[in-house]
Design a protein. Structure first.
Length: 346
């Protein structure tokens, strides 16, 4: 009698793996999502590849979002949208558009958060995370999100000027806004986290505003990542890639990312003088392109005497908490930085 199982096994063993994969790609191809937190996979699979270049920048800025499989967690923003407010720019600079969410109009001695949006330095607009609005409602904070000028039309000095103008406006108008000047924080995600780090450095250097806290959510801190420094294997495959990172930083800096032509004291990861900065939350996923640079910045801050709460989320890709907000790891991550911020502003 012919052993059919042995015959089939022998035949398969004689076929190169590449041909087997071609015959049944779903069965034999490696699963590129195998390292991803299982609760974050379904939403990630529905996201198109994020490619941004000079040629498609306008289309990238106006790309359509993907409706989530499950509505995001509730927030007060649906019933109480943020309001637009134009604030003065720095001397010689244009006025700055902000959107603001006031958790307790008229309350005195409360905290404020200047929030900076992401978008790779080249896209996006002023917005406020739902969880931050909910915290503002619970604690009476004022949230001011900055519609800073985007690269490459504007370079880093211009975007920093817009963000600093919004921060100084909150500080200078603290009495009429009911803000305690010792309870002003800044924060942002991705490029917004990078801008927040730059803003923290500028505030310290200028000595006009003393910050209570900085929230750096998977911050974009080092122009060398993906250019002169290769990404760690397993990172940067999803959402934000090395190629996108090179474009974003080059657009912001006006010179090639990673090059010796990068202006001094602009890129947070290149700064050696980190003492005197406010305490920080830094959070990043293990699959994020920014993993190594965020770990390094957290270490450098700690070495400079700055208190850091570092959250590293296993199996999480860039922007995981926005793509898959219902994942348990996303909810725990958001709760952690909100708790940190609450303690800092209490």
């Amino acid at each position: 009698m012919i052993d059919r199982r042995g015959l089939i096994a022998g035949a398969l063993a004689a076929v190169p793996m590449a041909k087997l994969a071609a015959l049944a790609p779903d069965r034999f191809a490696p699963d590129r999502f195998a390292a991803v937190d299982p609760e974050m996979v379904a939403e990630l699979r529905r996201r198109p590849e994020m490619t941004v270049t000079a040629a498609n920048l306008d289309a990238f800025r106006h790309r359509r979002g993907v409706a989530p499989l499950r509505p995001p967690p509730p927030s007060p923003l649906s019933a109480k949208p943020p309001v637009e407010r134009i604030v003065p720019g720095l001397p010689g600079q244009p006025a700055v558009r902000t959107v603001q969410y006031d958790g307790a109009p008229g309350r005195k001695g409360r905290g404020a958060v200047v929030w900076i949006h992401g978008g790779g330095y080249v896209s996006g607009g002023a917005s406020i995370p739902g969880a931050l609005a909910a915290a503002a409602e619970a604690h009476g904070w004022l949230i001011v999100s900055v519609d800073y000028r985007l690269a490459p039309e504007a370079r880093q000095p211009q975007s920093l000027a817009d963000n600093y103008a919004a921060l100084r406006w909150v500080h200078d108008h603290a009495a009429e806004l009911g803000i305690d000047r010792t309870r002003i924080a800044i924060g942002g995600g991705s490029a917004g986290g990078g801008h927040a780090a730059m803003l923290a450095l500028a505030a310290r250097d200028r000595g006009e505003v003393r910050l209570a806290y900085q929230v750096l959510i998977y911050p974009m801190l080092d122009d060398r990542t993906g250019s002169t420094r290769a990404a760690r294997p397993g990172t940067g495959e999803f959402i934000w890639t090395p190629a996108a990172n090179r474009f974003g930083w080059t657009a912001l800096l006006g010179v090639p990312a990673g090059s010796a032509r990068v202006p001094a004291n602009v890129v947070p990861a290149r700064r050696a003088d980190l003492a005197g900065l406010p305490p920080a939350f830094i959070g990043v996923g293990t699959l994020d392109l920014f993993l190594d640079e965020d770990l390094a910045y957290a270490g450098a801050l700690t070495a400079a005497g700055v208190s850091v709460d570092l959250a590293v989320v296993p199996g999480a890709y860039h922007a995981f908490d926005g793509v898959a907000p219902w994942a348990r790891a996303s909810q725990a991550f958001t709760a952690r930085w909100i708790d940190d911020l609450t303690r800092a502003l209490s």
